[in-house]
Design a binder for this molecule. Structure first.
Ligand code: URA
Length: 410
């Protein structure tokens, strides 16, 4: 197989065959196709797209690059949700333990930060000791014990997505339907699910900027889920302002803990319950009760303990990653908040160090924004409209400037 010819064929808008797609994924996964060739192919796919059959082939090849979860015959219903990515989207951290309160199994495989959106794994790893690299056997043992496990792609589970995901993050090749579908669905199909809910985002802080683009993505995801026998549903949500009031890895864990304890921002709680209800047995009111009565919070703590995390760190998590500089941003005029632009805030977070510029970069868990005001709220001149958490004064200064560029109050 001559890889440059395959890249060339996709660059020129040709349809790739199943053996070509499988050959590429096999070689890339085994380390026999270098990152520079895969990056070029990803960019060719970005510009030329793939038809439904190529996308299905790519998804299957990525799924079959690793193992698929095998459950005992008496396992309960196995469910999950996946989001196509948004700024401040911390739903998974709350929803996975909440669903486990319903005696369901939730074997959630997630990713790291991708483009301007944060990643569930980076957020979880801000909990000291938390381990996301489980074998399928370890994951199943944890499901038997507590009903929920939150892990990443490994050398055994979705190894093709593990490598390609990291490459797409730093080569501007994220927002294209075939790569989004194959990445998301290879992980979800590896979980051998009974039911899946997909949260497809659209707007400035999403990969799909328009609702039409999101619907095209949602339909492509649904087609793969249904073809593979998973009871799949799709929800569409706007992502023009960040979800909740905090963006940044550790800051989002702080906010997730608030929601798990029955508080936190209303938009986050509502989204968690809406999505959870699509795959749960319990109704919305019961799901809300499990947030209010501490059941979901105690399940989250159990999960942190099982995955090697320091449970005591959760008691005052805001103190675990103190940023060197915390700067308040004040409203220069009073009025109603019209815009808190999610893309601007996502980009500011990357510049602060919350995301990666190169695949091998470490992220800074402490940085980001909190106390963000929400669109529609009234603010007075001089009121705090956000706080920046930064590694130094220069970073805080730059982030404030960026924030102001995406903020409108009149
Ligand atoms: N989530 C994923 O797992 N992959 C993507 O490409 C985007 C969101």
């Amino acid at each position: 197989m001559h890889i440059p010819s395959i890249i060339e064929r996709k660059r020129d808008g040709k349809t790739l065959t199943e053996p070509e797609i499988r050959g590429v994924i096999d070689r890339f996964t085994r380390g026999e196709m270098p990152d520079y060739q895969m990056s070029a192919l990803a960019m060719a796919i970005y510009f030329q797209g793939m038809d439904a059959e190529e996308t299905a082939c790519l998804t299957r090849a990525m799924l079959e690059s690793g193992e698929v979860m095998q459950y005992p015959a008496d396992a309960p219903r196995v469910v999950d949700k996946h989001s196509t990515g948004g700024v401040g989207d911390k739903v998974s951290l709350i929803l996975a333990p909440l669903l486990a309160c319903d005696n369901l199994w939730v074997p959630m495989i997630s990713g790291r930060g991708l483009g301007i959106t944060g990643g569930t794994l980076d957020k979880l790893e801000s909990i000291p000791g938390f381990r996301v690299g489980f074998s399928p056997e370890e994951a199943i043992e944890q499901l038997k014990a507590i009903g929920v496990v939150m892990i990443g792609q490994t050398g055994a589970i979705c190894p093709a997505d593990k490598k390609l995901y990291a490459l797409r993050d730093v080569t501007a090749t994220v927002p294209t339907i075939p790569l989004l579908v194959s990445s998301i669905m290879s992980k979800k199909l590896a979980e051998s699910l009974d039911a899946l809910v997909l949260d497809v985002k659209f707007g400035s802080g999403a990969f799909m900027k328009t609702r039409e683009g999101a619907v095209a993505l949602g339909e492509a995801l649904l087609a793969v889920g249904q073809a593979m026998g998973v009871d799949t549903s799709v929800c569409y949500h706007a992502m023009d302002e960040p979800s909740g009031r905090a963006v940044g890895n550790a800051l989002e864990v702080v906010e997730s803990i608030e929601v798990l304890k029955g508080g936190g921002p209303e938009d986050v709680r509502e989204l968690v319950i809406t999505l959870a209800e699509k795959v749960s047995i319990a109704d919305a009111s019961q799901l809300g009760k499990w947030l209010d009565d501490g059941s979901a919070w105690s399940k989250f703590r159990e999960m942190v303990a099982c995955q090697g995390g320091e449970v005591s760190s959760l008691d005052d998590f805001a103190a675990v990653h103190p940023a060197a500089v915390i700067r308040e941003i004040f409203a220069s005029d009073g009025g109603t908040v019209r815009r808190v632009d999610a893309e601007t805030i996502g980009r500011a977070c990357i510049a602060l160090g919350a995301g990666r510029g190169r695949a091998e970069d470490a992220i800074n868990p402490a940085v980001g924004f909190d106390r963000l005001v929400k669109v529609g709220e009234r603010v007075e001149r001089g009121q705090v409209v956000a706080r920046v958490h930064a590694a130094d004064e220069a970073g805080a200064e730059r982030a404030e400037e960026q924030f102001r560029g995406g903020f409108l109050c009149e």
